[in-house]
Design a binder for this molecule. Structure first.
Ligand SMILES: Cc1cc2nc3c(=O)[nH]c(=O)nc-3n(C[C@H](O)[C@H](O)[C@H](O)COP(=O)(O)O)c2cc1C
Length: 212
């Protein structure tokens, strides 16, 4: 069952490779009419600059990166509040705000570690902490491979605390035709966990085939 519209969803984009996962998620959520609180970490900004804008990993201005990123990844059907990583006074940073859905996508191993150990130092970590203490929904999307024992233990710790770890692992059984298809598969799986409606990938039907 899907939630009613519109939802308040927090989206954290950290500095793991795979900024496009965050971008496609932002587009999907806003196109579906949701209200998104978006926070991009400093490292996330660097990776967006490199991977999405093609301007290298040392941007001269955060505003420039965010302006270009938002121009291509927001749909007017929804709305976006852009939140600074140090804006720990924003509503999402408090359990009393009532927001109960958050994604960190992609999630760096460094942010994963901070969330796992409750030693956050920015808004993304704080929102994750709030989701865990309030028993909200938290989806973390790491990309790193291979995984060290420390990273695997951190994944276990956040899972035990109530988060869902959803590695950025695109399936091939859907017969993706493009990189976008592969990205959309991961984004769609995250939205499935949060019970947010989408049509980002074909469903596997009862006869064992994907829908056209
Ligand atoms: C181009 C680029 C790609 C990176 N890819 C990854 C990655 O896939 N996974 C990861 O955990 N860290 C990756 N990093 C390192 C993180 O950005 C770094 O650990 C950073 O401190 C994470 O900070 P954050 O969690 O606040 O965003 C990458 C950095 C750069 C510049």
């Amino acid at each position: 069952m899907a939630y009613d519209l519109p939802m308040r969803v927090f989206l954290g984009i950290t500095g793991a490779s795979g900024a496009a996962y965050g971008g496609r998620t932002l587009l999907a959520l806003t196109a579906a009419g949701h209200h998104v609180g978006l926070c991009v970490s400093d490292a996330g900004c660097q990776v967006i600059s490199h991977e999405i804008l093609g301007e290298g990993p040392r941007p001269t201005s955060r505003d420039h990166v965010m302006d270009r990123f938002l121009a291509d990844h927001c749909d007017p059907a929804g709305s976006v509040d852009v939140l600074a990583p140090d804006d720990i006074a924003c509503s999402f940073a408090s359990g009393s705000s009532g927001a109960r859905v958050a994604l960190v996508m992609p999630c760096s191993t460094s942010s994963l570690g901070r969330i796992a150990h409750g030693t956050g130092d920015n808004l993304i970590h704080r929102v994750a902490e709030v989701m865990l203490k309030e028993r909200g929904q938290l989806v973390l999307v790491p990309r790193e491979t291979p995984a060290s024992l420390i990273q695997l233990r951190n994944m276990v710790a956040v899972t035990e605390a109530g988060a869902v770890v959803l590695p950025a692992s695109p399936a091939l059984y859907t017969q993706p035709q493009s990189v976008d298809d592969m990205i959309d598969f991961v984004v769609g799986k995250a939205l499935d966990v949060l019970r947010i409606d989408h049509a980002l990938f074909p469903r596997w039907d009862e006869a064992g085939r994907v829908e056209a």
